[in-house]
Design a protein. Structure first.
Lengths: 313, 561, 208
């Protein structure tokens, strides 16, 4: 059977298809108009035909020109407004989204659920719940692409990118790497499996897992020496004053230069790798950089740990 | 506009002993050291034909491999090297120089009524730069190949690739110098060498199109040079700029790269706009509809083309606000393209249309370019672009513009001006057949790509899931037709040089200064320096001949002050 | 001296205009080339302000300042040479071009000393780089790229000036030729680029 339309398995997919459908209709109409005019004029005004010639009627000149310039401009603006509005409304972040860490490298996808369950070239997600992928790459740029979700996001080395989607249909769908990444780029794919929430819970429960991410992160926090300054709860000496990290995740942080930023993953990550860039107000600029000491998988664990730190009682 | 005072003598009064530019001097040295813009155009044509075959060979290998979902012709690295070869050669060594360096070189001095380009020796130098650049690139491709794709994305190209990236980068920088030299030459010629009476708004649209193209060439190409220098510095000398593991930013590369490479699309398509305008007016015997709108559309595209590069990066991780601005500007740039399509169509209105081969190419171009342009609206919409970027949808889209558009226009322009260039006529039936075959071959090859792209087939894949095979087979089968359509004109055009009927000075009864001189033109282009007292496309409203033969110019074709 | 007029021009005035026009267009392109690099510098500086300030203090500000003075003076002598050529004052033209060449050579000599001192101080990015901050390497990556590209432009400019000077000396090229003015325009661009590079590379890290 020949497919003409991809599977529609996320809430965004349905919206994108709607937009595509309307655009197809508009573009089809324009194409038909141009085609008919071309063909019609070609036949009617072929050399030697008896059609009327001579000067153009007054109306068929500037007014027509201005008319279709304006019409295309308005059409373009309308399409822009609609498409952009859709993009801005799509997938607002939800607090209870399921977080999955994705690590890309030549040429495989490693996904890791919050409880530590790992998959390779595969991802299982529940239907009807928002999934938030936190992605990074170990080597070159990759791109996480699930056609059935109409979702795609480049995965970059040295920074976190985020992809949110809510699956609406159960099934198994293609996962592709869409950014050319070297020799086996074409084989860097896998599957995304959408399950009913209860099936997903069952599936997740029976996965072999290491420690969960946050617990591993906590161990790293001590072994890398972070606890020495940041955490007196864990018996650090706390001779140097450093910001408390309990509850810092997703909270506003005032900086030395007067700005206030939200301590999301990207900020926390930058603060570990380039601590001198955005220093928290009221603290000395003394933290050393951990660039080169913390690799991407460790970074994922550290971030998971920081996220798990609720406000100190 | 071909009303020349004093009028040139009728062709039969010209003493036939006076040599044309082809016979003025003899010997290989007279070609390799020529400063005659017409001979340099032919030198370029020879070089471009060679590169077209090399790039085409890459396309053949790709389409052959994609017949089946499995890897059966090439290794994975071999496939990656093939599409890189295809992209780099076709873009920098065929499409970017194609119309400007051949038809532009040949026609711009003729069209503005000059004896040569402003800097004839610079023109020759730019050909040698181009040849040298091509030699370096071919060495890189033969010695070991390049596996980065034509986009050279970092950090893959700087740190991970094991191809000849440095040499390829160097070759592209050199080709860029050639491109800049050509652009400077055209700009100076159009500004300062116009014949007496040739005001800006009496320039043929082809000259305007080359003007816009040159502007983009001169201002965008240096940025490509800069970014490739940074890539070479990082890869060759270990100087970090893009490498994220040393604090660099890979997205900076993409911004700088697309700042050139999006305008480069307009370098490829603007000259075709010019060619099509000349052909459509000639074969429908009408003034172009809305001449001044056509001019402003060219300039609008040339300038706004610099402001839309970020639409290549909607999924790259750039800020959503940047994406919004780029999406907006991309929609806006659709307007001048639409103006052009409508105006070509309305030029046919009340015409006296005939369908010689150039006209068939032109009508085919309008159809294919319209599809190419309309599919661009989908890509300008962020939600759809997120889905289809880096899929075959994009591959289909840019081939419609750059191959269905630019290459069709190149063939159309060649068949239009061939009698002027060589003084020979080619067999019209074959030419018409080739034009029609090209249209359908192209459609079969590239239309399926839209469908498989929307279905989710990523680009640059050597192996793919079986569900996409039917589209790939269709596309590969169409490519066979297309290859035939591309080879056919090479055959009959070559034949015509030896055995073709001699062409008259103005075989299509067209306006334009280039048609007022002999075919082929003499070394100095015009026997008497031309003067101009009419706008371009001065066709008679009722009959088929040029307007000034009848002395009854109608309202929209009056002489512009 | 009708030897200055070349094909396809019919008047020397028009030809001179074209030489100036063509050179200006070309300089527009050159400006875009350096603009691309300066943009990269600006982006990196915004991403890594601390490293860039740290690294900016390591450049040889004395040599850089001396070079700025040398280059500005050479622009003066070049401008004199171009004007003198236009007025067909042979001696002044030759003196101007000779001085320009000498100053250009002096600039490159100073630059050479500066580079070798940078190398001694391990300021070339890579293993064993002198500064601990990783982003300081990016500053110096751009420092090496931009200064060497600028030096290449200097070499190109000096070749042109030397060639034209030699031709003027041998009376092989009439002084009315538009080439002198075009060469001067190019020389001024190379100068202007340096005037932008100088604060970026030498002063940026030293602001109080």
């Amino acid at each position: 059977m020949i497919r003409f339309w991809p599977a529609t398995a996320s809430d965004v997919a349905a919206q994108v298809d709607q937009l595509t459908g309307v655009l197809l209709a508009i573009c089809g109409a324009i194409l038909l108009l141009v085609g008919c005019l071309l063909l019609g004029f070609s036949i009617r005004y072929r050399r030697g035909s008896s059609a009327k010639r001579g000067a153009l009627p007054e109306i068929v000149s500037r007014e027509v020109e201005v008319g279709w310039t304006a019409a295309t401009l308005f059409l373009a603006l309308f399409l822009f407004a609609w498409a952009t509005g859709m993009e801005l409304r799509a997938n607002p972040p939800q607090p209870d989204a399921i977080e999955v860490h994705v690590l890309a490298r030549q040429w495989m996808w490693k996904t890791r659920h919050a409880n530590g369950a790992q998959e390779i070239d595969a991802l299982h997600v529940p239907r009807g719940e928002q999934v938030r992928l936190l992605m990074t790459s170990q080597d070159v740029i990759h791109s996480f692409f699930v056609p059935a979700f109409r979702a795609k996001q480049d995965v970059l080395p040295g920074r976190l990118t985020e992809l949110r989607f809510t699956a609406t249909e159960t099934g198994t769908y293609n996962l592709f790497c869409a950014e050319y990444c070297g020799t086996l780029h074409a084989r860097m794919g896998g599957t995304v499996t959408v399950m009913e929430p209860e099936d997903f819970a069952r599936w997740l429960a029976v996965q072999p897992r290491g420690d969960d991410l946050a617990r591993e992160g906590a161990a790293l926090f001590v072994s890398l020496g972070c606890a020495g300054c940041h955490g007196d709860r864990r018996g650090g000496s706390a001779t140097v004053r450093a910001p408390k990290l309990e509850g810092v995740y997703n909270s506003p942080v005032p900086l030395q230069d007067g700005r206030v930023v939200t301590a999301d993953e990207a900020y926390l990550r930058d603060s570990i790798l380039q601590p001198r860039r955005d220093v928290v107000a009221g603290f000395p600029n003394v933290m050393p950089s951990f660039a080169g000491l913390v690799h991407e998988e460790e970074m994922q664990r550290l971030l998971a740990y920081l996220r798990s730190l609720k406000d100190a009682p | 506009m071909n009303h020349i005072t004093p009028a040139i003598p009728a062709p039969d009064a010209i003493p036939h002993e006076e040599p044309s530019y082809l016979t003025a001097e003899r010997g290989i040295g007279s070609w390799l050291l020529t400063t005659d813009h017409k001979r340099i155009a032919l030198l370029y044509m020879a070089a471009l034909t060679a590169f077209f075959f090399i790039g085409g060979a890459g396309a053949v290998a790709i389409r052959l491999e994609l017949f089946t979902p499995k890897a059966d012709v090439l290794t994975a690295d071999g496939y990656n090297r093939m599409f890189t070869l295809h992209g780099t050669v076709m873009i920098w060594f065929f499409l970017v120089p194609s119309i400007p360096t051949t038809l532009g070189n040949f026609l711009i001095p003729l069209m503005v009524g000059a004896r040569d380009l402003a800097f004839p020796r610079l023109n020759l130098l730019s050909w040698y730069l181009f040849i040298f650049a091509g030699a370096v690139l071919i060495y890189a491709l033969v010695a070991g190949g390049v596996d980065t794709g034509w986009t050279f994305y970092t950090p893959f190209s700087t740190t991970f690739s094991n191809g000849y990236v440095l040499l390829a980068g160097l070759a592209i920088i050199l080709a860029g110098f050639s491109s800049i030299a050509t652009g400077v030459n055209f700009l100076a010629t159009i500004h300062l060498l116009r014949a007496p009476g040739m005001g800006w708004f009496r320039l043929p649209l082809f000259a305007w199109a080359i003007y816009g193209t040159s502007l983009v060439m001169v201002l965008a190409t240096p940025v490509l040079t800069a970014v490739l220098l940074l890539v070479i510095a990082e890869r060759g000398f270990g100087l970090p700029v893009f490498d994220p593991s040393r604090g660099g930013d890979p997205l900076l590369f993409q911004h700088l790269f697309w700042f050139y490479s999006h305008p480069a699309v307009y370098i490829m398509i603007l000259p075709s706009f010019g060619v099509i305008s000349e052909i459509v007016t000639c074969f429908s015997r009408r003034n172009v509809f809305g001449y001044d709108f056509m001019v402003y559309a060219i300039l609008w595209i040339a300038i706004a083309g610099f402001l839309v590069w970020g639409h290549h990066m909607f999924v790259s991780g750039q800020s959503i606000y940047a994406s919004l601005a780029f999406s907006f500007l991309s929609f806006v740039i659709a307007v001048p393209s639409a103006i052009k399509v409508f105006n070509w169509t309305f030029t046919l209105y009340r015409g006296q249309i005939t369908f010689e081969a150039p006209m068939l190419y032109a009508v085919g171009f309008i159809g294919l370019f319209t599809i190419g342009g309309l599919t661009g609206l989908f890509l300008a919409s962020i939600p759809i672009d997120v889905h289809v970027s880096d899929t075959y949808y994009v591959v289909g889209h840019f081939h419609f513009i750059m191959v269905g558009g630019a290459v069709s226009a190149f063939y159309g322009g060649l068949s239009f001006w061939w009698p002027k260039i060589t003084g020979r006529k080619y067999p019209m039936t074959w030419a018409r057949f080739a034009a029609i075959l090209m249209f359908f071959g192209f459609g079969f090859t590239f239309f399926p790509m839209f469908i498989m792209g929307y279905l989710g087939m990523p680009r640059r894949y050597q192996v793919y899931p079986e569900e996409f095979q039917v589209w790939h087979v269709m596309s590969s089968a169409g490519a066979v037709l297309l290859a035939g359509a591309y080879l056919l004109p090479m055959g009959y055009l070559a034949w015509s040089v030896f055995w073709g009927e001699k062409a008259e000075d103005d075989p299509w009864n067209a306006t334009g200064l280039e048609w007022s001189t002999s075919s082929p033109p003499p070394r100095d282009n015009f026997r008497t320096p031309p003067e101009v007292d009419e706008g371009p496309y001065f066709y008679h409203p009722e009959g088929e001949g040029p307007g000034h033969d009848h002395g009854d110019p109608h309202r929209d074709q009056v002489r512009t002050p | 001296m009708s030897g200055a007029l070349r094909e396809p021009w019919r008047s020397l005035r028009r030809q001179r205009e074209a030489a100036a026009f063509g050179t200006w267009i070309f300089l527009g392109g050159e400006a875009m080339l350096f603009a691309g690099l300066i943009l990269a510098f600006a982006v990196m500086r915004a991403l890594h302000p601390a490293g860039f300030i740290l690294a900016g203090r390591e450049t040889e500000v004395a040599l850089g300042t001396a070079n700025t003075a040398i280059l500005l003076t050479s622009s003066l002598t070049m401008a004199v040479a171009a004007e003198a050529a236009r007025a067909e004052l042979r001696r002044a033209t030759l003196w101007g071009m000779g001085l320009t060449l000498a100053l250009g050579a002096a600039f490159l000599a100073v630059k050479g000393f500066e580079w070798s001192s940078d190398l001694e101080k391990h300021l070339f990015p890579g293993d064993g780089f002198a500064l601990a901050e990783p982003s300081a390497q990016i500053f110096f990556a751009l420092y090496w790229i931009m200064t060497s590209l600028h030096a290449m432009h200097m070499l190109g400019g000096m070749t042109v000036v030397a060639w034209l000077g030699w031709q003027a000396w041998r009376r092989a090229r009439p002084l009315r030729s538009p080439a002198f003015e075009a060469a001067a325009l190019y020389w001024h661009l190379v100068d202007i680029v340096w005037i932008v590079l100088y604060p970026l590379l030498y002063l940026g890290g030293r602001a109080p």
